[in-house]
Ligand binder design. Structure first.
Ligand code: NAD
Length: 294
């Protein structure tokens, strides 16, 4: 791709300042992990409530470490000081990497990405944490698509070691190198993949969910399937995993996968989560999914 002049020198510059747009489940987790591993991060939302939730989450995770004597209260204060909550784009000029983690809606993401592009320098790399939207599609309205790519974290961010770095058609080597460096600094393993529905992990995971759904349709008891997968050695079975991910999020992603790969992921394969979704059972987030959490 097209790169700014002298990028070979700039690529070695350490990642010193980051920002995350959207302070929800993912944004809060990304801010926590960045701060915990030593990179100051601005956490921007449009809503003070979002910011409070993001900070609460970071506080909770850090307090647990202090309780377990794995962190001193002084260090906890230092980590929290590295998170700078904000409702504005003031002082975004010299940020190295921005991670966009607003709601999974292409229109909202386009607006946010176009706006933030005008607030940063030409060396700032902008990454989207989208789980399903095409990176090439998100890049369409941007004036510097070479600086844009995907940085897909998994939930919960502090626990899941992998980050998928998604390279769009116009993404530069510079942008890929910067985001891989940031992922590594955050203590994550990065893999670089091309743009397609589901990227890599969800292309493996959603056919697995489809297999689960067909088993249930054929009469299997979902709890029995979960138990078998646990005995086989996985940390949790498919129904419980769906509850953790969020059934609403899961159903949305299944729709994207079915559209991208109709021959492999048609609607009949997603019946189990559809039934839960229609019954208003969204998983752990609202206390009921395949299982009840009240
Ligand atoms: P969420 O609903 O918890 O948080 C979204 C936040 O974005 C909210 O706080 C909201 O106020 C804020 N927001 C909305 N519009 C904004 C704007 N214009 N500027 C700044 N902030 C804005 O959502 P989430 O689950 O954290 O998901 C965020 C992104 O991460 C989505 O793209 C999602 O697909 C992706 N993702 C989610 C998961 C998951 O398991 N939840 C996993 C990987 C990736």
């Amino acid at each position: 791709g097209k790169v700014a002049k002298g990028w070979e020198k700039k690529v070695d510059k350490p990642i010193e300042r980051a920002a995350v747009l959207g302070a929800g489940i993912m944004g809060g987790g990304i801010a926590y992990q960045s701060a915990y591993k030593g990179t100051p991060i601005k956490m921007k939302d449009i809503d003070q409530k979002g910011i409070d939730l993001g900070l609460d989450e970071a506080n909770k995770l850090l307090s647990k470490l202090v309780d377990r004597k794995r962190l001193t209260p002084v260090k906890m204060g230092e980590v929290l000081n590295r998170i700078e909550p904000t409702l504005s784009y003031d002082d975004f000029g010299d940020i190295d990497v921005i991670v966009e983690a607003v709601v999974e809606n292409p229109k909202v993401k386009h607006a946010v990405l176009k706006e933030v592009e005008t607030k940063v320098s030409e060396d700032t790399v902008i990454a989207s944490n989208t789980s399903t939207i095409s990176i090439n599609h998100l890049a369409e309205p941007l004036s510097r698509p070479e600086n844009f790519l995907g940085m897909h974290f998994f939930n919960p961010v502090h626990k899941m070691p992998l980050v998928e770095v998604i390279r769009g058609e116009k993404t530069s080597d510079f942008a890929v190198a910067r985001v891989v460096a940031y992922a590594n600094k955050m203590g994550k393993k990065a893999i670089v993949v091309r743009d397609c529905p589901g990227f890599l992990v969800n292309r493996v995971l959603f056919p697995y969910f489809a297999g689960f759904s067909m088993l249930v349709r054929d009469g299997a008891d979902f709890q029995a399937v979960d138990k078998v997968m646990e005995r086989w050695g996985w940390p949790m079975g498919p129904a419980y995993l769906m509850d953790v991910v969020g059934i609403d999020t899961g159903v949305h992603a299944e729709g994207v996968m079915a559209e991208g790969f109709p021959e492999r992921m048609g609607k009949t394969f997603t019946a189990a989560s559809d039934v839960m979704y229609k019954a208003g059972r969204y998983g752990q987030k609202n206390g009921k999914g395949f299982y009840s959490y009240e």
